[in-house]
Design a protein around this ligand. Structure first.
Ligand code: GUN
Length: 316
């Protein structure tokens, strides 16, 4: 449909004066995804396979301890057999790699996640490369990164996959949109940019050397803020009607959790916006569970097929 002038004017007026962002509720959406995962787990169990996940935590970083506990709880709730390996901060590279190699060989473990960041002195890249790509439910192994870039089957990193899932489940299409990603991390920025490209978006990746961040953001139909800088993105940078995905989790001056976007101001202009907490964060965990089930299905010779409201498992 080609909108006629009157339609356009109404839309513009709405965008100028009345736009208040609808909440992209990651918590509620993640629960729906997790219910789907639980059903897929149940189908595999009924077929004689118990999906298993191993989470490796090295050291005592408080934030990592919380994340790992949440992953453990969510996996158990979905019926996944989860084991958390807690290793001392003094663990050597060789010891950590030995644990990963042992998990690679364990047929009851279909997914392996080594919580990052690792304590100083441990080589994260090397550890990730030791994980068997089929079990790399974090999607960080070079083979999975290549699969993402080439658009072939692999395992997707959880936070970027969660961002796309959140958009999909709200019928927010990326095709032809200008997506501006702030941050170029291996974990989020680079892969989310690739996923958006795969959906036929035009993608700009901004980073610490970007000359005029505000001007880049102002052109975005969709903003993905993943830089870890509290409330960096100002409300008046946001184009009226833009969609805002805030991946940041930062402690504000008052100790409260805040994202990379000034939520109050940005929500006056955005059409959709994720809160922090309760936005992208819960989706990350949901996608980890989904990846684990997918990895399990593939490793046990089953295929998962996309059906209207989820995935269906069958023997290949
Ligand atoms: N630390 C923060 N986010 C992540 C993640 O998605 N995966 C891992 N392994 N560590 C993280």
């Amino acid at each position: 449909m080609v909108p006629h002038e009157g339609h356009l004017m109404t839309e513009e007026r709405n965008q100028e004066s009345e736009m208040t962002g609808q909440i992209l509720d990651g918590k509620a959406t993640a629960m729906v995804v997790r219910e789907g995962v639980a059903a897929r787990v149940a189908a595999l169990v009924a077929d004689g396979v118990q999906p298993g996940l191993a989470v490796v935590l090295v050291g005592e970083d408080p934030a990592s301890q919380v994340y790992v506990r949440n992953k453990d709880k969510a996996a158990s709730a979905a019926g996944i057999a989860v084991q958390t390996r807690k290793l001392a901060a003094e663990t050597t590279q060789a010891e950590l790699e030995a644990v990963v190699l042992e998990l690679n060989e364990d047929a009851a473990v279909h997914g392996i996640l080594v919580q990052l960041p690792l304590p100083k002195g441990l080589d994260e890249q090397r550890v990730v490369e030791v994980i068997s790509p089929e079990k790399d439910v974090d999607g960080l192994h070079p083979a999975n990164v290549a699969a993402l870039v080439q658009g072939v089957e692999g395992l997707l990193p959880c936070t970027p996959a969660g961002c796309i899932e959140l958009l999909d489940r709200h019928d927010i299409a990326l095709e032809g949109k200008h997506v501006v990603v702030i941050g170029r991390s291996q974990l989020v920025g680079k892969p989310v940019a690739q996923l958006a490209l795969g959906r036929n978006a035009t993608v700009t990746i901004c980073h610490s050397r970007t000359k005029d961040l505000a001007a880049e953001v102002a052109r975005a139909d969709v903003i993905v803020a993943a830089v870890g800088w509290a409330e960096l993105v100002q409300g008046d940078w946001v184009k009226p009607g833009a969609v805002v995905l805030d991946v940041g989790i930062n402690r504000g001056e008052d100790g409260k959790l805040v994202g990379d976007v000034d939520f109050e101001a940005a929500s006056q202009r955005a059409s959709w916006i994720t809160p922090v907490p309760g936005g992208v964060g819960p989706m990350t965990i949901a996608m980890l569970l989904s990846n684990t089930v997918m990895a399990c299905a593939r490793q046990t010779g089953r295929v998962e097929t996309l059906i209207e409201d989820g995935l269906e498992t069958s023997r290949s």
